[in-house]
Every structure is written in structure tokens, then in C-alpha cells.
Ligand binder design. Structure first.
Ligand SMILES: [Zn+2]
Length: 251
């Protein structure tokens, strides 16, 4: 069968038998795939230093007729994101991103846009650039790319347009903001200042350039965290296993 090539990020690996390794990877062109790296546990030139989780690699693989597992033919390291590999907290954050990616994009569902986001976010936290902002951008944008963008244009209950004045509430069941005349602020319907709503709109806008990292103040970070956590839990139907690591230690 035809050999395929793609840039990819290694999501998980598992040793298999005496010398092989099963690798789950997110490829920019074909989505999440699983493959067998034959002989990866022996010294093998084809896979040298390139199968560490969260690494960005150039992969060559061949599909198999009778199996979901592809054959990995070669794998070349592009960026190992060394900042993540040596920092336990960043490893947990990277695990969270990978878990969310796999929930939103099951096997064989390609999304070059999601790939670009994951590559940006891993690179950004590895370089120690604005980790909190990066996590929030990742969460909001991953949900949007997965089809669950938050509507910030109007109250979903009464239809009143939001003109950027006064607090707005986030309403998980509708995935939208609602106004204070329709709902009360609570843990279930967390509130946002106009600045926070504006940032959420900016982050979800199609023109967002991932290379210009945004800086948010502490209030915006705190409010966005609450809103995105409520949104993700509601839409994805369960707590992500790694979500607890995103909360401050004293909670
Ligand atoms: Zn309303």
C-alpha cells in the first residue's frame, strides 16, 4: 500500500512485545492514528530519539488493509519541546491538551487547524511563554475548532444583543452568554467583566494570529478559567482526567 508522510505530534506510546512500540500520534493531514514502530526498542536508526511523547516529528507510514494500526516506516524529530520534558507541571498541562485533542478528534478525523493549535501551545509552554494564557487560548480555541465555540454576541435566553457593557454570565446549557436580567451569577453560571467577554471573542475570532501571544490580566485569567472549565465539563460530558492539575493547589 501507498506510503504516506505527515508532520505529527506523538500523543502516547506503549511498548509491545520485545522490541516494538505502539505509537498514538496526531498527524496534521490524517488526524489521530495508531501505528507500530517495529524494532523501536532495539537501537534503530529509523526511530532514533524521535518517539518521546509530545514531540513534533516528520512521520512516514503505510496503512494496512486488515488493521487500524499503520506501520511506522520512519520518524524524524523536528522539535522535542525540551522545556516540557523536564518540567512536571508542564508535562501535566501537555497531558491535558493531548487528552482534550483525543476527545474532540477521535481516530481518523483530520483537523489541520487543531494540529496547528496543539503545535503552537506545546511550543509556547515549552518556551515558558505565558503558560496561563496559552492554556486558556488552547481550551477556548480547541472547543471552537471542535464545534463548540462560545456565543458572546447576545443573551441566549432573551435574545438581547451584548454591546460590551456590564457583566455577562456564561450559561453552559446553551454554550452562550446570558444577561443578568435572565439569570443569577453562580458557580454554575459564572460571570465575566466586559474585558473578559472581549478577550473570549478575540481568542475565538478567525483572524487570531497564534504567533502574537496575548497577555491577560489576573481578573481575566480567573474569569476565563471558570467559564472554560464549566463549558468543557458540560460539553464533553465528563471531567477530563488531567483537568484537576489545572486548578490551583489550594482548591
Ligand atoms: Zn437575557
Amino acid at each position: 500500500m501507498e506510503q504516506k508522510k505527515s508532520e505529527a505530534i506523538i500523543l502516547r506510546t506503549k511498548d509491545f512485545g520485545e522490541s516494538d512500540r505502539i505509537v498514538t500520534f496526531f498527524s496534521s493531514l490524517y488526524g489521530v492514528l495508531r501505528g507500530v514502530a517495529k524494532g523501536a526498542l532495539r537501537s534503530s536508526k529509523r526511530f532514533v530519539n524521535s518517539l518521546a511523547i509530545f514531540s513534533l516529528v516528520d512521520l512516514e507510514f503505510t496503512e494496512r488493509r486488515s488493521s487500524d494500526l499503520v506501520w511506522l516506516d520512519s520518524c524524524e524529530l523536528v522539535d522535542g519541546f525540551p522545556g516540557i520534558q523536564t518540567d512536571y507541571n508542564l508535562l501535566l498541562k501537555a497531558s491535558y491538551m493531548v487528552e482534550m485533542t483525543e476527545i474532540l478528534f477521535p481516530l481518523n478525523v483530520p483537523s489541520p487547524e487543531m494540529f496547528k493549535l496543539l503545535r503552537f501551545a506545546l511550543g509556547s509552554i515549552s518556551n515558558g511563554r505565558n503558560t496561563e494564557e496559552t492554556m486558556l487560548i488552547f481550551q477556548a480555541l480547541a472547543m471552537k475548532i471542535g464545534g463548540f465555540g462560545i456565543n458572546v454576541s447576545k443573551c441566549s435566553l432573551c435574545g438581547r444583543p451584548y454591546k460590551g457593557k456590564g457583566r455577562a454570565l456564561f450559561h453552559p446549557p446553551s454554550g452562550s452568554i446570558v444577561c443578568l436580567a435572565c439569570e443569577k451569577e453562580s458557580v454554575l453560571t459564572p460571570g465575566m467583566e466586559p474585558n473578559t467577554v472581549h478577550v473570549l471573542e478575540q481568542v475565538q475570532s478567525p483572524g487570531l494570529s497564534l504567533s502574537n501571544t496575548l497577555r491577560f490580566n489576573e481578573d481575566i485569567i480567573r474569569e476565563l478559567k471558570g467559564v472554560l472549565m464549566a463549558h468543557i465539563e458540560h460539553r464533553l460530558g465528563r471531567k477530563l482526567k488531567s483537568a484537576k492539575y489545572l486548578q490551583p493547589a489550594n482548591r
